[in-house]
Write a protein that binds this ligand. Structure first.
Ligand code: GLU
Length: 548
C-alpha cells in the first residue's frame, strides 16, 4: 500500500465510498427545461432576520417562476455560535410568511426529499468521501500548524506588507510527505485538512453573477481549510459538496459571499463537478442621516422578523412589500393585477437592485393598508384575535367577551368597492376601536359652532334617531332636522349663502360623531351607531351634552 493510501485510511478509516458512488446515490434531477433548483441555507446562529427572509423570498420566487425546486438546508456546522431554538424560529418564520419548501430539513428527525440529509451536521460521512478522494489525488493535505504558528506567519506577512494567509511558500505543511504526516497523526498531533490550491494570484477568474453582472477577481491561491480539526467542514467545502450533491442550479445568497466565489469555483473544479450559477443579493439598506447604510441587526428593530409579528403586520403585507423591493416593477404589476396571486408575477433575478434595495417603513405601511383594506370582516377578526392573543391579552379578552360585536366593528366600511385604508397593522386596532368599548372623555367639537348650537343638536337628535335606518335614510334624518336648528340641509346651498346659517348638515353629523365617538374622523357613523345600539347612543348623547 502506498504511503498516501495509508494516510488516507488513517484519516478516514470509515470511508469506503467514492465520489462516483455518491453520483449514483444523488443523480441529476429530472426537471423540465429551465427549472431552477434553489435553496435557503441559514445558520441557526440567531433568530430569523429580514435579510434571510428576503433572500428566502427571492429563492422561493425563483423556484416558483421556473417551476423548479426550493429546498431548506440547515448549516449548523458552527456549534459555538448556534443559538437554542434558532433553527425552529427560522423554520417557523418561513412557514408563517408562506415560503413553503419543496424539500429539506423541517425539524429534528423530520425532513422530506431524496437529496438529504439536509442538516449539515448529519452529512459528515459525505464530506469525508470527497475529502478522502481529494487527499488521494494530492489535492488536499493535513496541516498541523498551531494557532500560534499561524499568527506568527501572519505577523511576519504584515511586517513585510505581504498578502496574509496560508499560501505558496507560507503553506509549510504542503511540503510534508505522507510518511511525515502519518507520524504526526500517530503521535496525536491535531490537524485540519487543507486544499492544495492549484490557483495563481496573478491569474483572474471571471464569472457572470445573475444579479451583479460580470465579475472578475484574482484566482484563489490560499490553501483554505476544508475540514476543521473535529472533522466538520468549513462553509466553503460544505457549500461545494452540498450544492453539487443536492443538484442546486442557482446559489442565491447574501453578497457578503461574493469575495469567496474564486474559492468556490476552484473547489467545484477540483471536485470535478459543474459549479452552479451565482446570484448575490445586495443587503437591504436604510436611509440614515441623509445617507444609506445596511439595515442593522443591532440598531434597527425592524431587522428582526419578530418585529412584524409583534406589530401585527399581516404576513401578506410583508411579502407584498418584499416583492416591491425585490423587483421595482412589482408595484405597477400589482396595480394592474389587483386580484392575482403573487405567484403570477413574472419575478426575475435580473431585475434586482445591484446597490441594495431601500427599506422604508412608511412604504410598508402603505402597502399593508391596501392589503388590509382588501380583507373581509372575518379575516380581520381572526387576524386581530391571533395578534391580540399573543401581544395584547387585555384587548383579546375585550374582543372575545362579545365576538359578534367585535366582528361588527370590523365589518364597518369593509367589503364595499372603496374600503377605508386606515389600518396598517393590528397593533393600531386597540386605539382605532377604543370608542366601541369606552365612552368618550374628550370632545373635539367643531370650533366654528357655538356651545348653545351644539347643545341644541344633542338635545333634538335623540328624538329622531332610528337605529333601523340605513346610511341614506340616516343622513336624510339629519338633513330633515337641520332647518329647525338653523342649519342648512345641503352643503351646496350653504356655500352660496353661509351667513344665513349656523352651519350645514355635515356639521350636525360631526357634532353627533364627536358626541358618540370622541373623534372627528371615524368610519361610517351610521354603522358605528347601529352597532353600539340605541341605549348606548342615548347615553352617549346625554353625557356629551352634560359635558358641554
Ligand atoms: N449559512 C450561510 C449563511 O447563513 C449560507 C449562505 C448560502 O446561502 O450559501 O450565510
Amino acid at each position: 500500500m502506498s504511503a498516501l493510501q495509508e494516510l488516507a485510511d488513517l484519516l478516514f478509516p470509515n470511508v469506503t465510498e467514492t465520489p462516483d458512488d455518491l453520483e449514483q446515490r444523488y443523480p441529476a434531477r429530472q426537471l423540465p427545461e429551465g427549472a431552477r433548483v434553489v435553496r435557503i441555507a441559514p445558520s441557526p446562529t440567531g433568530y430569523l432576520h429580514l435579510g434571510v427572509l428576503f433572500t428566502a423570498t427571492v429563492n422561493f420566487l425563483t423556484a416558483q417562476a421556473s417551476k423548479g425546486v426550493f429546498f431548506f438546508r440547515l448549516e449548523d456546522t458552527d456549534k459555538k455560535r448556534e443559538v437554542d431554538g434558532g433553527a425552529a424560529d427560522i423554520l417557523a418564520g418561513l412557514r408563517q410568511y408562506g415560503l413553503v419548501i419543496d424539500e429539506g430539513y423541517e425539524a429534528p428527525g423530520k425532513e422530506t426529499g431524496s437529496y438529504g440529509p439536509y442538516r449539515q451536521s448529519d452529512r459528515a460521512p459525505l464530506y469525508h468521501v470527497y475529502a478522502k478522494s481529494l487527499l488521494l489525488q494530492g489535492l488536499a493535505y493535513p496541516c498541523f500548524c498551531t494557532a500560534e504558528e499561524l499568527d506568527a506567519v501572519r505577523t511576519g506577512q504584515e511586517v513585510k506588507k505581504q498578502r496574509t494567509g496560508y499560501y505558496g511558500e507560507y503553506a509549510s505543511c504542503r511540503a510534508l510527505t505522507p510518511e511525515q504526516a502519518i507520524e504526526k497523526i500517530k503521535a496525536g498531533q491535531p490537524y485540519v485538512l487543507r486544499l492544495r490550491s492549484p490557483g495563481d494570484e496573478s491569474r483572474r477568474v471571471k464569472f457572470d453573477d445573475v444579479i451583479k453582472g460580470t465579475i472578475e477577481m484574482p484566482e484563489n491561491d490560499q490553501d483554505i481549510v476544508l475540514l476543521k480539526s473535529d472533522g466538520i467542514p468549513t462553509y466553503h467545502f460544505a457549500h461545494a459538496v452540498d450544492d453539487h450533491l443536492m443538484r442546486t442550479t442557482h446559489v442565491i445568497r447574501g453578497d457578503e459571499w461574493i469575495a469567496s466565489v474564486p474559492i468556490h469555483l476552484q473547489l467545484f473544479r477540483v471536485l470535478g463537478v459543474k459549479p452552479p450559477k451565482y446570484a448575490h443579493v445586495s443587503p437591504i439598506m436604510k436611509e440614515d442621516n441623509g445617507g444609506k447604510r445596511k439595515l442593522s441587526k443591532r440598531k434597527d428593530p425592524e431587522a428582526a422578523v419578530h418585529f412584524y409579528a409583534e406589530q401585527g403586520y399581516p404576513a401578506d403585507s410583508v411579502q407584498e412589500y418584499l416583492l416591491t423591493i425585490a423587483n421595482s416593477d412589482y408595484e405597477e404589476w400589482r396595480r394592474c393585477n389587483a386580484d392575482k396571486p403573487r405567484s403570477a408575477f413574472p419575478f426575475n433575478l435580473k431585475k434586482m437592485s445591484v446597490s441594495g434595495a431601500l427599506f422604508d417603513l412608511n412604504k410598508l405601511n402603505d402597502v399593508s393598508k391596501n392589503v388590509i383594506a382588501g380583507m373581509d370582516a372575518d379575516t380581520v377578526l381572526e387576524a386581530v384575535l391571533a395578534w391580540a392573543k399573543e401581544q395584547n391579552p387585555a384587548f383579546y379578552e375585550q374582543l372575545t367577551a362579545d365576538l359578534a360585536f367585535a366582528r361588527g366593528i370590523f365589518a364597518i366600511d369593509r367589503g364595499g368597492p372603496k374600503p377605508r385604508k386606515d389600518l396598517s397593522r393590528w397593533s393600531e386596532v386597540p386605539e382605532y376601536t377604543a370608542y366601541f368599548f369606552n365612552r368618550p372623555t374628550e370632545y373635539p367639537w367643531p370650533e366654528q359652532l357655538a356651545t348653545e348650537d351644539i347643545r341644541a343638536i344633542l338635545e333634538a337628535y335623540p328624538a329622531v334617531y332610528d337605529p333601523a335606518q340605513d346610511k341614506q335614510a340616516w343622513f336624510d334624518t339629519i338633513k330633515a332636522l337641520c332647518p329647525s336648528l338653523g342649519f342648512c340641509p345641503e352643503i351646496k346651498e350653504y356655500k352660496k349663502d353661509p351667513g344665513s346659517y349656523k352651519g350645514h348638515a355635515g356639521d350636525v353629523s360631526t357634532v353627533i360623531r364627536v358626541a358618540v365617538t370622541g373623534r372627528r374622523n371615524t368610519p361610517d357613523l351610521c354603522g358605528i351607531m347601529a352597532l353600539l345600539g340605541n341605549d348606548e347612543i342615548a347615553a352617549r348623547l346625554a353625557a356629551a351634552a352634560k359635558a358641554l
